[in-house]
Write a protein that binds this ligand. Structure first.
Ligand SMILES: [Zn+2]
Length: 148
């Protein structure tokens, strides 16, 4: 049996990213986990919804809050294939989420280089299936360039 570890849940987030890819969306996916159980999934839908706030993390935060019946995501872990941007890091701040685990770094728009404040209770870690996440992103941008 497969263990419920960071790699396991990041694979689930990658499946979400692939769903975004298939819709022509920048392939970023997220899942939110509590007690080894996935309670929310999301993928980037900014083109489909014509909404710049429709990032994978935002979809997952809303779904998780609906599932839990409360706005705080204490004891939850977000798995996201790309380091969260400032907007998502801001939303995660308000959610008081316990853990953020990301795949690939986003040097330009990620929350770390831009020094977005995370909640003091939030622990962030990266590099889980980083290679898989960035290959998917690169493939997307290469294919899109070839279409133009
Ligand atoms: Zn974002």
């Amino acid at each position: 049996m497969q263990p419920f570890d960071d790699t396991y849940f990041m694979k689930k987030a990658l499946q979400e990213a692939e769903m975004a890819f298939d819709k022509g969306e920048i392939p970023v996916g997220a899942v939110i986990v509590i007690d080894n159980r996935i309670i929310a999934r999301g993928h980037n839908l900014t083109e489909t919804l014509n909404d710049v706030t429709a990032h994978a993390e935002m979809q997952a935060i809303t779904a998780a809050s609906n599932f839990l019946g409360g706005k705080y995501l204490q004891n939850c872990t977000l798995y996201v294939t790309l380091e969260p941007c400032q907007m998502c890091a801001g939303a995660l701040y308000w959610s008081q989420i316990s853990n953020i685990v990301y795949g690939a770094r986003d040097e330009q728009r990620g929350c770390l280089n831009l020094k977005t404040k995370l909640h003091p209770k939030t622990i962030i870690k990266g590099g889980v299936l980083e290679e898989e996440a960035s290959i998917l992103l690169k493939r997307f941008f290469i294919e899109r360039r070839n279409l133009n």
